[in-house]
Design a protein around this ligand. Structure first.
Ligand code: ASC
Length: 128
């Protein structure tokens, strides 16, 4: 339980920041901006799968007020938000599985699906 909206906002932003780092590194490898290292990639994907479970707890009622890009719409569409969050977690788990294998197309497609989960929620529920 958080003491305040600010604490909840800080918590979820910390988790998203760690997710973004993992994601950025995987993206660089898939785009050929850095050498693809299967072990590092698999670790990043594992990290996202684990980290994907964290942010939801930080979206407490009233925490659209403060230093946040989260829109109040989240709490008016809680079921949709929750299902998008679950879909993100499922896609991240699938990416972690694919990343343990050697099928680059499967890895890329699982990565794209996870990215779509990120973007889908941002487009709907994040200030631009
Ligand atoms: C990232 C990042 C996002 C997502 C999104 C995916 O690396 O910071 O917000 O990917 O752009 O479409």
């Amino acid at each position: 339980n958080f003491e305040s909206a600010d604490d909840a906002i800080h918590y979820r932003q910390s988790a998203f920041g760690l997710i973004a780092y993992q994601f950025g590194d995987m993206s660089a490898m898939l785009k050929g901006k850095k050498e693809f290292n299967a072990d590092v990639f698999a670790k990043r994907a594992e990290n996202v799968a684990a980290l994907s479970k964290l942010p939801a707890e930080g979206f407490i009622a009233g925490s659209d007020k403060g230093n946040t890009d989260a829109l109040g719409k989240i709490w008016e569409n809680q079921a949709d938000f929750d299902s998008r969050m679950s879909e993100f977690q499922e896609n991240a788990a699938k990416l972690a599985v694919a990343a343990k294998g050697t099928d680059k197309d499967a890895i890329k497609s699982a990565f794209m699906n996870t990215g779509k989960s990120c973007k889908g929620c941002h487009d709907n529920y994040k200030k631009d």
